[in-house]
Ligand binder design. Structure first.
Ligand SMILES: [Zn+2]
Length: 132
């Protein structure tokens, strides 16, 4: 049973959005012009007792937030190891991903699992990056 059922305050949501410059901190989609409002993601979800502290919050597009869900890690089947997702509070985006003709390519295992689980390169998402 999660202990954190307190909603993130409107003030905190606004600070998180401003800190991210209104860009999804996972896939870099821009909030401006999107039809669906972006969300504040708990990097370590409430299900895992993640806090409402700003150090545990990320600004996320609805696609990233939905695909991530309450997950915090996935499995690298090459090594049969559990690997955490990219953490925008402690990781540097360009160390885990690179943009290539609008596609987000992983550079690390953390990047690969994040790209796969968050489904960064789904066809329906590519028009937002000017593709197709
Ligand atoms: Zn995103």
């Amino acid at each position: 049973m999660p202990t954190n059922n307190v909603p993130v305050s409107a003030t905190t949501r606004k600070r998180v959005a401003q800190r991210a410059s209104y860009i999804c901190e996972y896939c870099l989609a821009q909030d401006e012009g999107s039809f669906i409002g972006f969300e504040v993601d708990h990097i370590f979800s409430r299900k895992h007792n993640g806090s409402n502290e700003e150090s545990n919050l990320a600004y996320a597009c609805p696609d990233c937030n939905r695909n991530k869900g309450t997950d915090i890690a996935s499995i690298d089947w090459n090594n049969r190891e559990i690997v955490r997702f990219f953490n925008p509070r402690t990781d540097i985006w360009a160390e885990h991903f690179r943009l290539s003709s609008g596609f987000i390519e992983p550079v690390t295992v953390i990047g690969k699992l994040t790209v796969d689980i968050f489904r960064f390169n789904d066809k329906v998402r590519l028009p937002d990056r000017g593709l197709f």
